[in-house]
Design a protein. Structure first.
Length: 320
């Protein structure tokens, strides 16, 4: 028996214990011992079977997401099965069959996959071709079809081309940005096509949007600059936006003012639910970064279980 054949057999036999490790990590997500064991196992896979790092993560509600163990963030999804639990619960609580969801900065498509699994139509925007390749595999694996639209583009203030500054950290491809942030100086750049949300929605004939998620590593203001008509006319019910974290990125106060001018009030995501955001500009001076949910006024009136002045618990995602 050849060494290659023997290695293949050993690899297949090892998948059983790996599946058990994944189930244990899902059940005990805060176990340091299991985390160390998972780290050692990943190192073994990368050393002995470097071409076998693709995996399928099981997400809340049963959807499946294609990831790679070569990326540390993907690895966490695979072994834990959930990312940003409060944001995950909010997305699941907001979206229903037939809704439209725009996932700007989709990465491997975690939120887009959750949305499509709930019957919504998810439009995912991700300029990194290595990530969109995995996202297309996710679409096909789940048979989402037209419910998951993969756009290999960056969302910007104008249609055209821009330089994408790629993450130099192989363990976190999600750090890439349209901005030349200091931590990206050692990475490569690549020209990528750009679209505005205004132009994209007009070309697609999108007339109603339930939810927009923006996570673009400091370029949030550029996304909003190209979404004036979407915010003023289509008026999504909610916008989840990552705010802060980069001294050279979008100023948090500018993001807050832009959305406030469009009629959106910021809310923080807590374990108890959504609460009106009471922060001010000083809170961002220390590099704070967080997801905020911006709600247009009618949503708070029509969906009282979702948000209240004192904050309430969000519903657990239903299977879908």
């Amino acid at each position: 028996m050849s060494a290659l054949r023997l290695s293949s057999i050993v690899y297949r036999l090892s998948r059983g214990p790996e599946a058990l490790l994944v189930r244990l990590r899902h059940r005990y997500p805060h176990s340091c011992a299991l985390e160390r064991l998972a780290g050692r196992w990943v190192a073994t896979v990368q050393r002995r079977w470097p071409g076998e790092t693709a995996r399928v993560a099981r997400l809340p509600g049963g959807a499946r997401l294609v990831v790679t163990l070569a990326d540390g963030w993907h690895r966490g999804l695979y072994f834990r099965g959930v990312y940003e639990p409060q944001t995950t619960r909010l997305v699941a609580d907001l979206l229903r069959p037939g809704d439209v969801f725009l996932d700007v900065g989709a990465n491997v498509g975690y939120y887009a996959c959750l949305a499509a699994a709930r019957g919504a139509t998810a439009h995912a925007f991700e300029p990194n071709p290595a990530l969109t390749a995995l996202l297309r595999r996710t679409r096909d694996l789940n048979a989402f079809g037209a419910r998951l639209v993969v756009n290999e583009v960056a969302v910007d203030a104008a249609d055209g081309l821009a330089e994408l500054h790629l993450s130099p950290q192989a363990l976190n491809t999600g750090l890439s940005s349209l901005l030349p942030l200091p931590h990206l100086c050692a990475g490569a750049t690549a020209p990528v096509p750009t679209v505005t949300l205004d132009g994209y929605c007009a070309r697609r004939g999108i007339a109603r949007i339930r939810l927009v998620k923006v996570d673009v590593e400091g370029a949030e203001a550029r996304v909003l600059a190209g979404a004036g008509r979407v915010l003023a006319t289509l008026r999504p019910d909610a916008v989840i936006c990552e705010v802060g974290g980069f001294a050279d990125g979008s100023r948090p106060d500018d993001v807050l003012r832009t959305l406030a001018a469009a009629g959106y009030a910021p809310h923080e995501l807590t374990a108890a639910g959504l609460r009106p955001w009471r922060g001010d500009g000083d809170a961002w001076r220390h590099g704070e970064q967080r997801n905020l949910c911006f709600l247009r006024a009618p949503l708070a009136d029509t969906a009282p279980p979702l948000v209240a002045p004192t904050g309430v618990a969000l519903a657990t995602p239903a299977a879908g």
